[in-house]
Ligand binder design. Structure first.
Ligand SMILES: Nc1ncnc2c1ncn2[C@@H]1O[C@H](COP(=O)(O)OP(=O)(O)OP(=O)(O)O)[C@@H](O)[C@H]1O
Ligand SMILES: *[C@@H]1O[C@H](CO)[C@@H](O)[C@H](O)[C@H]1NC(C)=O
Ligand SMILES: *[C@@H]1O[C@H](CO)[C@@H](O)[C@H](O)[C@H]1NC(C)=O
Ligand SMILES: [Mg+2]
Length: 714
């Protein structure tokens, strides 16, 4: 940006390339204003041209290459030019030439997924990082963990580590290593060995919350925030886990080449175990809910063996029937999926008498088969003064069945998490904590639906909090004081967030549509087209009337509108809930008792009278899933996490606005230079846009009294 376009000579640049993404080239001849091409020499010796995109009066020059001497730096902020090709190239050089997967970017650790086991995680390495300064050691997840631990133990600050990235990037693996670090460096020494339990809970949460997707065989389909508690002597005394946005739809639907949650396959592969006999399980390809994606196995995964691990960790959580109760509910869900629902004309549906899966489901969960069939295939309608029971068509009965399966699974999931939390609580007061947030990353698939929308929205919020914390607040401070100042450019994603959550934005219109009895995905989509047409971040796809496109901070994503209303309502009809509540199996019945107290986790829809519906005035009382995402990010979790996150002190202390003013004053009298570098342990680039030549800077004397010796010229 601040580079003079008239004096290019043999400068290295990056040119977009269809195959390699970016290709390196050298500029052969000076650029003169008015030119619309650059003459380039490619690395293979061929000469080529680069045409400036779009507006020739304001040529968008290609990104500049860094001096070779800087490439391979272990901190990206040490690069003179920090843009996509520079970042990718630097990471690539480190990884390809030296098998190094970790690189800093200031206070952030960037990890490349090596997709194979590297010998860099042993206890010896943990001990090598223990007690060291982040800047003195090679970048490593252990260095980040140590930094958090040190900030907590020395500076008495609660800490959080946020792990983010796209699906398959290695978030869960990294979060695990961070937790292992804490377990090793802060042994409790007590008999309870709580740190082992914290780690041991992973196989369970992964079995019930991870699944194979087309991007990751072990994809976490929920967000997880683990808070590790320490006592006064900074030893682990317990942990607490919170989960977010479990992808419930996966229980009843999987796309091609994907699977349901691992646990179902683990159970099916162990169908022959004596203790599973009464569950009447069989191969996973025999159940509708587990065979939809095609192949039920994953290469290199032995579901049967993983089951042993899952059961072993379940038993660490405590004795009793808990484990078998869980399996009973899971088996029931599989049988429910196989209950056959037929269309029986006239918008009616029925379950054939003697359906074997219906019988098993009802036996396992202790509910009446008659009642279940009745409330799958009928609906109670309140007319003005009386109540009538009306049959429903097959499609709605299938929806009701699937909604029931999803709800049972969601309750079971929460129940297991609660159980783990109870097992991880140890008496003693929490003195400080370190949180680790493993939130699933930005997602884009061939077909994106409400789930991806929620995930991507949550990621926008996360990104925003991050921007806010790292860049925006400081920059605004400078702007307030009228200091001409460019910090690192950041991408402000507020406009996308507005598009989603403002009044008459996507979620608002969705919630509104859910209130109309006649509301449909299509009519909602039409409203989006009408109201949001002019928003540059919103598009109607050229070839579809069933989808909309959002330009997210990470990428453009096309969402199919189908199912948004139903998923946002997240409804389960009351009659089915009543039936479950009356179950003779207390473990299950309890799930649905909870519901009354805890409306935040799920809710029921009361069927409204069949007279013209009036829009309820008390809209606040309803919470849709979309609302939950809204609440989830800013207020419940992320804000707390970021508040307890401590940026590198050095940087914060030194780069204050008064500091900037001082340096600015010094530079003003000089026909100044282009850049100064803040050489703390972490290099932050500081630009002074009003300076133009680098000569003057060499003459610039910085008095020692200012203590600016950490400023380096570049
Ligand atoms: N540091 C690492 N060393 C070796 N292999 C790794 C490492 N990080 C990730 N992997 C491999 O990549 C796979 C995917 O990683 P992981 O499950 O952590 O991704 P994720 O970011 O949590 O994805 P999702 O958002 O889908 O949950 C792992 O199963 C593992 O095989
Ligand atoms: C995948 O998840 C399972 C839990 O089902 C876990 O035991 C296993 O270690 C994970 N696999 C990898 C490669 O991380
Ligand atoms: C850290 O968290 C603990 C427990 O939540 C709290 O009691 C303590 O005040 C927090 N410390 C700081 C410095 O905020
Ligand atoms: Mg994961």
């Amino acid at each position: 940006k601040h580079w003079q376009m008239t004096s290019l000579c043999l400068l290295g640049v990056w040119i977009p390339d269809a195959e390699h993404v970016w290709k390196s080239a050298e500029i052969l001849r000076d650029f003169h204003s008015g030119d619309n091409v650059l003459d380039l020499l490619l690395e293979d010796g061929t000469v080529s041209e680069y045409r400036f995109p779009v507006d020739p009066s304001k040529p968008q020059l290609p990104p500049l290459r860094n001096p070779d001497i800087l490439v391979g730096e272990n901190d990206l902020t040490a690069l003179s030019y920090l843009h996509e090709p520079a970042v990718l190239h630097n990471l690539k050089v480190r990884f390809v030439e030296s098998r190094i997967i970790y690189t800093y970017c200031g206070i952030i650790l960037v990890a490349v997924n090596p997709n194979k086991q590297l010998p860099v995680y042993g206890d010896a390495i943990i001990h090598a990082y223990s007690g060291q300064n982040m800047g003195d050691m090679d970048p490593h997840i252990f260095a980040v963990a140590e930094e958090a631990y040190k900030q907590m133990a020395r500076n008495h600050k609660n800490q959080s580590i946020i792990v983010s990235g796209e699906s398959g990037a290695g978030k869960t693996v990294s979060a695990r290593y961070a937790m292992r670090y804490f377990a090793v460096v802060s042994k409790s020494g007590s008999q309870t060995r709580v740190e082992d339990k914290v780690l041991a809970s992973n196989p369970i949460t992964e079995a019930i919350g991870n699944a194979k997707t087309t991007r990751n065989d072990n994809s976490s389909r929920f967000g997880k925030y683990t808070e590790i508690s320490f006592d006064r002597r900074y030893r682990i005394i317990g942990a607490n886990m919170r989960t977010y946005l479990l992808e419930k739809s996966r229980v009843v639907f999987q796309a091609d080449n994907e699977r349901n949650y691992h646990i179902f396959y683990q159970m099916c592969s162990s169908a022959n175990l004596p203790e599973f006999r009464n569950l009447r399980l069989s191969n996973a390809d025999k159940f509708r809910y587990t065979c939809m994606g095609g192949d039920t196995t994953i290469e290199g995964v032995d579901d049967k063996k993983d089951m042993e691990e899952t059961r072993r960790t379940f038993s660490l959580l405590g004795k009793g029937s808990f484990q078998l109760d869980v399996f009973r509910v899971l088996a029931a869900i599989l049988h429910l999926g196989n209950v056959e629902i037929r269309s029986s004309g006239d918008d009616r549906s029925s379950v054939p008498p003697g359906d074997p899966h219906l019988a098993v489901f009802c036996e396992l969960l202790g509910v009446s088969a008659e009642g279940l069939v009745r409330w799958l295939c009928h609906r109670r309608i309140v007319l003005v003064a009386e109540m009538v029971v009306k049959p429903v068509p097959r499609e709605r009965a299938v929806n009701a069945r699937d909604a029931l399966a999803k709800q049972i699974y969601a309750h079971l999931f929460d129940c297991i998490i609660n159980r783990i939390n109870a097992a991880l609580q140890v008496p003693g007061k929490q003195h400080a904590f370190i949180g680790v947030l493993d939130i699933y990353g930005f997602e884009t698939f061939d077909i994106n639906s409400f789930e991806q929308f929620c995930i991507n929205y949550a990621n926008e919020k996360l990104q925003q909090q991050f921007n806010l914390h790292v860049f925006k607040l400081e920059q605004e401070e400078y702007m307030k004081e009228d200091i001409p100042w460019t910090l690192i450019d950041f991408y402000d994603n507020q406009p996308v967030i507005d598009l989603i959550e403002s009044k008459m934005g996507i979620l608002d219109l969705l919630d509104e549509e859910c209130l109309f009895p006649q509301g449909s995905d299509q009519s909602w989509l039409q409203k989006l087209y009408n109201y949001l047409d002019t928003n540059p971040l919103f598009e109607k796809p050229r070839l579809s009337n069933e989808a909309f496109v959002i330009q997210h901070f990470a990428d453009k994503v096309e969402y199919q509108c189908r199912g948004f209303l139903e998923k946002n309502r997240d409804a389960l009809y009351e009659e089915l809930v009543d039936l479950m509540r009356g179950s003779e199996f207390p473990f299950l019945a309890n799930f649905f008792q909870e519901e009354e107290r805890n409306t935040a986790t799920s809710k029921t829809v009361k069927v409204r009278p069949a007279r013209p519906s009036v829009k309820p005035a008390n809209k606040q009382l309803r919470t849709s899933v979309g609302d939950k995402v809204k609440m989830f990010t800013p207020s419940l979790c992320i804000v707390k996490i970021l508040n307890s996150y401590t940026p590198i002190d050095d940087f914060e202390k030194r780069v204050t606005s008064s500091f900037v003013r001082k340096v600015q004053g010094l530079l003003q009298d000089h026909e100044g230079s282009t850049q100064l570098m803040l050489d703390t342990d972490y290099h932050f680039q500081v630009m002074f846009p009003f300076c133009s030549s680098s000569q003057a800077l060499e003459l610039l004397q910085v008095p020692n009294s200012l203590h600016l010796d950490f400023l380096n010229r570049i």
